[in-house]
Design a protein around this ligand. Structure first.
Ligand SMILES: Nc1ncnc2c1ncn2[C@@H]1O[C@H](COP(=O)(O)OP(=O)(O)O)[C@@H](O)[C@H]1O
Ligand SMILES: N[C@@H](CCOP(=O)(O)O)C(=O)O
Length: 311
């Protein structure tokens, strides 16, 4: 086998109350990586489509190849060289796990080309290094679900303890990306380091409620638990019309609505596809009233995560 094509989906991280510990993947969009062996040693990025020339071509600085370098070093593989083409199918600084999708597609493609020496779970720390390259923080709430699929919970980072929980089949995600850019690095920098006991108690209740609501398919509990008293109040000031868009989603049938990842995308969860579409159209209309273009994605929860497209 000398060439591989892999796909890794966009993700919604945090899911309201679960900063750095909750995330799920959606079906589309996702990044696609083509990886080929070549005779000369080293990794080269030969082409990137869809980035308008903005992403680093230096393999150490791009999340798609940075993770491959970590994996090759770990496996002590020096015999071959590799060329990489990245099809960037989502905007940068989107809150849709853009850097993570590239990292996951990269690490999954390289592992497949090498005959799958590592399991998906074992690839996770390598994919997390892609997030360190992109934002300076190796969080797992985008790469985890993009790699594994499903609704992911990160119980602990040290040691890494990550698992997926079942979600109701009729749960749909609305993801609206307004035409604005926010870098995760900046959106992390503005967060406070101290959290009050009152807010910690409220957040813990919602985290427990959301996990239980998803596992029991209790839509009212899911709805009551999609509340973030710690991160959303700080970050929402970066998103124009945040309050109005959130209200539009909830008053048009969504169970809840919050920031996707570090923004500017906003997501909502709904019972049934029709409610997800109605919420999305209302969210877009509210952004449009403020003169902001947006893109809408409606999806169930992607249970499979990254996949190989071609050998
Ligand atoms: N393959 C990649 N895809 C997207 N962003 C990348 C990639 N490689 C490096 N980056 C850098 O990561 C940053 C975007 O990532 P991030 O701020 O986490 O946004 P997002 O929320 O869309 O993942 C940009 O500075 C970008 O240059
Ligand atoms: N938990 C992270 C998630 C960042 O997601 P992204 O899609 O904006 O990269 C954070 O909130 O900083």
């Amino acid at each position: 086998m000398n060439s591989i094509k892999a796909f890794a989906p966009a993700t919604v991280a945090n899911v309201a109350c679960g900063f750095d510990i909750f995330g799920f993947a959606i079906e589309e969009p996702g990044d696609v990586v083509e990886l080929r062996r070549r005779d000369e040693p080293g990794i080269v990025i030969t082409n990137i489509t869809g980035d308008e020339g903005r992403l680093p071509r230096n393999p150490e600085k791009n999340s798609v190849t940075g993770v491959m370098l970590h994996l090759l070093k770990h496996l002590d593989i020096k015999d071959f060289g590799y060329e990489v083409i990245l099809h960037k199918n989502m905007p940068l600084g989107s809150g849709m796990g853009s850097s993570a999708a590239s990292a996951v597609a990269g690490v999954v493609a390289m592992n497949e080309l090498l005959g799958n020496p590592l399991t998906r779970q074992e690839l996770l720390p390598f994919a997390m290094e892609g997030e360190r390259i992109a934002s300076g923080s190796a969080h797992a709430d985008n790469v985890g679900p993009s790699l594994l699929g499903g609704f992911v919970v990160i119980r602990s980072y040290h040691p890494l303890d990550i698992f997926t929980i079942p979600v109701p089949d009729d749960l749909y995600c609305t993801l609206v990306h307004p035409d604005i850019e926010i870098n995760t690095k900046d959106a992390r920098y503005i967060l406070r380091n101290e959290v009050s006991l009152k807010n910690t108690i409220a957040q813990m209740g919602n985290v427990a409620g959301l996990v239980a609501g998803l596992m029991k398919a209790d839509y009212d509990l899911i709805s009551r638990s999609m509340v973030d008293v710690i991160i959303e109040p700080v970050r929402s000031i970066l998103i124009p019309e945040f309050k109005e868009v959130k209200t539009a989603a909830i008053s048009n049938g969504a169970l809840g609505c919050s920031i996707s990842g570090s923004g500017p995308s906003m997501f909502a969860l709904s019972r049934g596809r029709d409610n997800a579409i109605a919420a999305g159209q209302a969210m877009q209309a509210r952004f449009a009233e403020a003169g902001i273009d947006s893109a809408l994605h409606i999806s169930g929860i992607n249970k499979g995560g990254a996949k190989i497209l071609e050998h």
